[in-house]
Design a binder for this molecule. Structure first.
Ligand SMILES: Cc1ncc(COP(=O)(O)O)c(C=O)c1O
Length: 404
């Protein structure tokens, strides 16, 4: 047999498999284990019939064009539809030429990273932050610096301190990556003052901001502060990205980036060599789903549906968890994040015991922390389990926390 190891690149050798995916593979099919480890939408919200109809209409209407190769940047009619959608939903006023369609936001993260990061550059992220984004930045050679968050998002006073400490190395900082609404994994949302401060800091130190915004379209509290950073950006510093994964269906793999034309052109050239273009048929389906109001319908249904699940989880936590556990109270997104403030609590070390003995799973929070702290934390997903599973699973988890 061939020893393949000498053929594997340094980059591929250095990346670790995603802890979440490995874990999900182990517990998949184990009906006795209640899992808070996923991060996926509840398929009960997938508009199956409507999408089947739209797919038929699109093939009928656009004929071979719906099945053909298409423009790298994305089909122009689709980008125009997205331009209206973003103005209506996020007060982002971008014309079709300021938008590039990507194969989900994960591909957007990769394209932005390939375009902006040289090995040894610095990317600043929230701590904790989205694991697959951290992976995309690291895979492109970035050194990560984490800035702690609290219930109001990234602590921008700490961000400024870190930038000052960098001295001349501040020139190596390419961008600050934030998920302002319903943060994954922390379930927190950035307030107005922090957003303003973040934009001021970016301007003062001449930095870009990468705003990842998959969750703001579905919000659980009326009047919550959810304005996009992009809508507040006067200098063209914010690169905005989002996706239909949480508002329609993640299997479609359609996302988008909004930025100044000069940057979009750079992303387009990189994308040519990444995947030529995003799926043509799915782009047409997404545009039709926007125009017919299907996405609005899904969002309308998802708001009370997920809100009820969030409430069930928060109530169960309040009833069951000891008071040395801090947990977030999300107004959007799919996660509650918890820190167990008890000496030596190691969520990663306890996971096997949790699954085998207590029959409950979560994602240990350590790997979401770019600087290696947070071993006492865990991410709990509420979108996928049923209400009954949430109540029972939280009771099991509380037992594990108390007994460990
Ligand atoms: C913050 C964040 N960014 C990006 C993604 C990836 O989304 P997509 O399915 O569009 O690749 C997710 C998915 O969970 C996410 O939580």
């Amino acid at each position: 047999m061939v020893d393949y190891s000498r053929f594997i690149s340094k980059v591929a050798s250095n990346i670790k498999a995603s802890e979440i995916r490995e874990l999900l593979a182990i517990i998949r099919g184990r009906k006795d284990v209640i899992s808070f480890a996923g991060g996926i939408p509840d398929p009960a919200l997938f508009p199956r019939k409507e999408l089947a109809k739209i797919a038929g209409v699109v093939i009928e209407k656009y004929g071979d064009n719906a099945l053909q190769y298409s423009e790298t940047k994305g089909i122009i009619e689709v980008r125009e539809t997205l331009s209206d959608f973003l103005a209506r939903k996020r007060e982002i006023h971008a014309d079709a030429e300021d938008i590039i369609i990507t194969s989900g936001s994960q591909s957007a993260l990769d394209i932005v990273s390939r375009t902006l990061i040289d090995p040894g550059d610095i990317v600043i992220t929230e701590s904790p932050s989205y694991l697959a984004a951290l992976g995309a930045f690291k895979m492109n050679g970035a050194k990560l610096i984490g800035v702690k968050i609290d219930e109001n998002g990234m602590r921008t006073e700490l961000l400024e301190e870190k930038l000052k400490q960098l001295g001349d190395d501040v020139k190596k900082v390419k961008f600050i990556y934030v998920i302002p609404v319903g943060q994954n994994p922390a379930g927190t949302t950035m307030n107005k003052e922090r957003k303003k401060h973040l934009l001021e800091i970016a301007s003062k130190y001449d930095l870009l901001i990468l705003e990842d915004d998959p969750y703001s379209y579905i919000i659980y509290e009326e009047g919550a502060e959810t304005a996009s950073l992009k809508s507040l950006d006067k200098e063209g510093r914010v690169i905005y990205m989002s996706t239909v994964s949480k508002i329609l269906a993640p299997g479609l793999r359609i996302g988008w980036i909004v930025a100044e034309k000069e940057l979009i052109r750079r992303f387009e050239i990189v994308k040519q060599y990444v995947d030529l273009h995003s799926p043509t048929l799915n782009q047409f389906i997404v545009a039709e789903a926007i125009k017919t109001g299907l996405i609005d319908d899904v969002v309308q249904k998802a708001m009370p549906y997920y809100k009820a699940k969030r409430n069930t989880m928060l109530e169960a936590i309040k009833e069951n968890f000891p008071d040395y556990v801090w947990y977030s109270k999300p107004i959007g997104g799919l996660f509650v994040f918890a820190y167990v403030y008890k000496n030596g609590f190691d969520a990663g070390g306890l996971l096997e015991k949790a699954v085998k003995q207590y029959k409950v799973a979560y994602v240990p929070g350590g790997s979401f922390h770019p600087e290696g702290d947070g071993v006492n934390s865990m991410r709990l997903n509420f979108s996928y389990p049923t209400h009954e599973q949430i109540r029972e699973g939280i009771a099991r988890l509380a037992k594990l926390i108390r007994e460990s």
